[in-house]
Design a protein around this ligand. Structure first.
Ligand code: GLA
Length: 391
């Protein structure tokens, strides 16, 4: 091993001297670039003839992120491991048809207008009751039948000092999926030099409405398609969570995690307690719960640590920060082997996890939860960052 590495190094130096290759950083990155850049290409065309573009953001530090204009989907996230070897850590598909036809379980998408569930798809605002699609049993999930994950977003490239990004904008017309008010939404992705994906969500409305936006990337820090995430060690900065009924709607309580398998205040392997006969885990078929973040800033303006995940074999670490009050930890319980992902491997239960920063599920029906109402003149603004490193 050591011998071949030495030989390789000698060969590389020899090539360098003969001028055949230029020498990059000590650990060559897949992109080969050292300056941030953004590139655009055709990803596919929908049956209705809509062109879907794919933007590739490269930060010159070993990270490459691909985003498509359909659903604002983060299609792939390539990140180096502790030896500088790059892998795609986001679950997804390698072609548009699979996103359109394969009933994607929200891989990488912008999720809205209301991410997560609303009980019976019903809520009352200013005395008017709205009935939304019941697309998850009796409940409403992730914006309904055609949520923000299944629409086309207009893209603007961003080039700032040391940062490239993509602003995705869409005006959801009043009444779309039965939500009141036209919602003018912009989701901005930025890839920074310190290997962080920053997501800024902004929305305004012309009539009172509700809104709760997130991104639904499934991660596997050992590389998508490489197996389950049971050995990933998760830390969540949360002393409480919102327990749910059998239909995954919060009961309204904010239960303490202490003394239960829900406790991730100290980093713990995801698989360690996932099969415990704890009622909430049985209901969720694993973890599928909103954690109430321990925030210092109760006004939801400051970016604060929400969680951290460490994958021991690759050494990759993901750190999540957010302005949001909650985070849905979903351990990929409904992946069932029917989908084949980007690298041609099947996704089975627990092959990816999502950390969806958000307001709490069913807030419109829960007077004690932080409000998700947006009124004309107000600006909905939240930020979440996904930072990558190694340990
Ligand atoms: C969210 C929900 C899960 C599941 C996934 C998508 O994370 O909480 O129950 O619906 O989305 O499959």
């Amino acid at each position: 091993m050591r011998f071949t590495r030495t030989v390789g190094r000698i060969a590389a130096v020899a090539l360098l001297f003969t001028g055949l290759v230029s020498f990059g950083p000590a650990t060559p990155v897949a992109t080969g670039d050292r300056q941030p850049r953004i590139d655009k290409e055709l990803f596919g065309t929908t049956p209705e003839g809509v062109r879907v573009d794919r933007y590739t953001l490269t930060n010159g530090r070993g990270m490459r992120v691909r985003i498509i204009t359909y659903g604002g989907i983060i299609q792939s996230i390539e990140v180096p491991d502790r030896h500088g070897r790059t892998a795609n850590v986001a679950l997804g598909f390698n072609n548009l048809t699979d996103y359109l036809e394969n009933n994607s379980p929200y891989f990488g998408c912008i999720t809205g207008r209301y991410a997560n569930r609303i009980a019976n798809g019903r809520f009352t605002l200013d005395g008017v009751t709205y009935q939304l699609a019941q697309n998850n049993g009796q409940n409403h999930l992730h914006g309904g039948n055609v949520g923000f994950d299944k629409v086309h977003w207009a893209a603007t490239e961003i080039r700032e000092r040391d940062v490239v990004g993509l602003a995705l904008r869409r005006v959801s017309p009043a009444g779309e999926e039965n939500y009141p008010g036209a919602l003018d939404t912009t989701v901005t992705y930025r890839l920074t030099r310190d290997n962080t994906i920053r997501i800024d969500y902004r929305a305004t409305t012309d009539a009172p409405t509700i809104v709760n936006l997130t991104n639904h990337t499934y991660f596997n820090l050992a590389g998508e398609g490489s197996g389950d995430i049971n050995d990933h060690r998760l830390m969540l900065n949360a002393s409480r969570y919102t327990p749910v009924d059998e239909t995954l709607i919060p009961t309204g309580d904010l239960d303490r995690v202490a003394g239960t398998p829900m406790d991730f205040r100290r980093a713990t392997a995801i698989g360690e307690r996932i099969r415990n006969n704890f009622e909430q885990l049985v209901i969720g078929r694993g973890y599928d719960h909103n954690y109430v973040l321990d925030r210092r800033d109760p006004t939801f303006r400051e970016l604060e640590l929400a969680g951290r995940v460490f994958e021991p074999t690759s050494g990759r670490v993901l750190t999540v920060r957010t302005t949001e009050p909650g985070i849905q930890f979903y351990s990929g319980n409904f992946l069932d082997g029917t989908l084949v992902g980007t690298s041609g491997r099947m996704y089975r239960q627990g092959d990816g996890f999502a950390l969806e920063t958000q307001h709490f599920p069913d807030s419109p029906n829960q007077p004690n939860f932080p409000t998700t109402v947006l009124r004309p003149g107000q600006v909905y603004q939240t930020t979440t960052t996904y930072g990558f490193g190694t340990a």
